[in-house]
Write a protein that binds this ligand. Structure first.
Ligand SMILES: Nc1ncnc2c1ncn2[C@@H]1O[C@H](COP(=O)(O)OP(=O)(O)OP(=O)(O)O)[C@@H](O)[C@H]1O
Ligand SMILES: [Mg+2]
Length: 62
């Protein structure tokens, strides 16, 4: 049974994206769970973190 976790806060720069990534990675690494992270923000911070930790770089920094 899939569970959905939402992390939100009106204040910026308080660690929302970092928390989403760490919880998702932790569930997979420590508990063997499959996690599906959805990045809906145009800034693409979560996508960037996932790519960087996977060794994938943006082409021409775009
Ligand atoms: N637990 C923590 N301890 C220290 N630094 C942290 C921690 N969590 C996040 N940070 C740092 O704080 C900064 C902001 O984190 P993050 O981008 O996750 O915040 P955010 O709430 O998603 O920001 P935004 O509102 O811009 O989307 C980043 O530089 C991140 O590395
Ligand atoms: Mg964010």
């Amino acid at each position: 049974m899939a569970k959905k976790i939402f992390i939100g806060n009106y204040k910026g720069g308080v660690g929302k994206t970092t928390a989403v990534f760490e919880i998702g990675a932790g569930l997979t690494k420590n508990y063997g769970k499959k996690s599906f992270l959805i990045d809906l923000y145009p800034q693409c911070s979560l996508t960037t973190i996932c790519m960087e930790t996977s060794g994938i770089s943006f082409v021409n920094n775009q």
